[in-house]
Ligand binder design. Structure first.
Ligand code: SF4
Length: 444
């Protein structure tokens, strides 16, 4: 039952018993593999295609699912139960496994201040609806006066579970790229005009604010040379890359600058700075980097860039609607892979790509990110996340150019690659889906 504790509670006792017999990591793997059965049953529930404003959210990093979503949820619950003496917040699944590195507890405590907040970490319980479950409880003494179960489903979005999700109203009538492309070709319009047709009239003002924040994040990141928060003591690199790029020959310089821009935004995110999800915080450096590069090096106007943002948002929306943009759900292919798609189509459109070529660049961008795991070191959105943004920005430029040189025909269509990404994410074991229990996370 969506919104109910019962399925988790019924298996909890058995897991506790087994847990004392196994080492913690083995225990988590055991739990993950069993709970994944329940998870598979409702995997990636249909969420409808909302406004692209849901793809581009302006807020504070370092994680859209682990910071932005929980912060928003805490603010909503504070509004629902303002008279609580104190609050208890239980974090489940991936939120509990990597929440400390992602500052999940700090952002919730901050949102519920000045009241006392107790955080309960339950990585051993993986809710069936979505791994990023939260239970908010308003307390009076030791009694619970009201509670709310909610899920942070990626990109800063929240869901109350399956029933609530199915009630959501779709903004767009078509949800598959094949249908959308057929429609726009029949109407003789561009992808961005399709977006304009179905969004509210303030969409261009909204995208303007998104673009302004993206540029601010780049400039702030380039001007910031510090050790990033967290125990790995990672030093930021954007400023250094930017300075070194100036001494390179033009052909190399432009690529080095793209890396510097992507690093700048990602490092701002790691600092807990203000960024735009595109489509998530972890992948927020890729799209701004290629757009800023296009403006600086090729002179595209802000108006052109807003249209590119509209098209990029549409492709991100198709992925979110038909698969997932949550690293905890499908691995990093859903975050950096999706951002790479958005950046590739944005650049392709700026350089005059036809709809078929734009779709081709999107398909290639995802195809070459398939299987990308989410295994951040120490649960921080830093390694491999920051560097991965720079690499994906360059890849987006490469696949965009590749498809512009072609006639845009491609064997695998975009809908198929999105479905493949979803299935690949489904097949990935839990240690590779934002739990810091496998892969790179075990390297140090
Ligand atoms: S590895 Fe990818 S999906 Fe995971 S936190 Fe980093 S950017 Fe997000």
């Amino acid at each position: 039952m969506p919104g109910s504790n019962k399925p988790e509670a019924s298996v909890q006792g058995a897991f506790c018993f087994i847990g004392v017999c196994l080492k913690p990591r083995l225990f988590f793997l055991f739990v993950s593999q069993i709970v994944i059965f329940a998870y598979d049953v409702q995997f990636l529930t249909y969420i409808g295609m909302e406004s692209i404003k849901e793809i581009y959210k302006i807020g504070y990093g370092p994680s859209s699912s682990h910071t932005m979503g929980p912060h928003k949820a805490a603010e909503i619950f504070k509004g629902k139960a303002p008279d609580a003496q104190w609050y208890r917040v239980t974090l489940y699944g991936s939120l509990a496994a990597t929440g400390e590195g992602h500052l999940t507890d700090r952002t919730i405590i901050d949102a519920l201040s000045p009241k006392r907040v107790e955080i309960v970490w339950r990585a051993d319980i993986v809710p069936a609806f979505h791994t990023n479950g939260m239970l908010f409880e308003a307390m009076s003494g030791e009694s619970v006066t009201s509670s709310w179960k909610v899920y942070s489903i990626g990109g800063g979005s929240l869901s109350e579970g399956e029933e609530a999700v199915s009630e959501k109203e779709s903004v767009y009538p078509l949800e598959k790229m094949t249908e959308i492309r057929t429609f726009i070709e029949k109407e003789g319009i561009h992808f961005w005009e399709y977006v304009q047709r179905y969004e509210q009239s303030d969409i261009w003002d909204y995208l303007q604010s998104v673009w302004e924040q993206m540029q601010r994040s780049i400039l702030e990141g380039l001007d910031n040379d510090t050790v990033l928060p967290g125990k790995i003591k990672l030093r930021s690199k954007a400023k250094q890359y930017f300075v070194r790029a100036s001494s390179l020959k033009a052909s190399l310089q432009s690529r080095a600058l793209v890396s510097a821009y992507a690093l700048a935004v990602s490092e701002q995110n790691a600092r807990g700075g203000k960024v735009v999800t595109a489509p998530t915080c972890g992948s927020c450096g890729i799209l701004p980097a290629v757009l800023y590069h296009s403006k600086q090096n090729h002179g595209f106007s802000d108006k052109d860039i807003l249209k590119a943002l509209a098209t990029a948002g549409l492709f991100g929306n198709v992925i979110k609607c038909n698969a997932s943009i949550s690293g905890a759900e499908v691995g990093c292919q859903g975050e950096v892979g999706s951002a790479c798609v958005m950046a590739a189509v944005a650049v392709n459109q700026l350089f005059g790509g036809a709809p078929q070529q734009i779709e081709c660049s999107a398909e290639m961008a995802m195809e070459h990110n398939l299987g990308l795991t989410c295994d951040p070191v120490c649960g921080l959105v830093q390694v491999p996340c920051i560097e991965r943004n720079a690499v994906a920005a360059l890849r987006a430029l490469d696949v965009s150019l590749y498809s512009l040189m072609s006639d845009g025909k491609h064997i695998v269509n975009f809908d198929s690659i999105v479905e493949t990404m979803k299935q690949t994410g489904h097949d990935l074991p839990s240690p590779y889906k934002e739990t810091s229990m496998g892969g790179l996370a075990l390297c140090i």
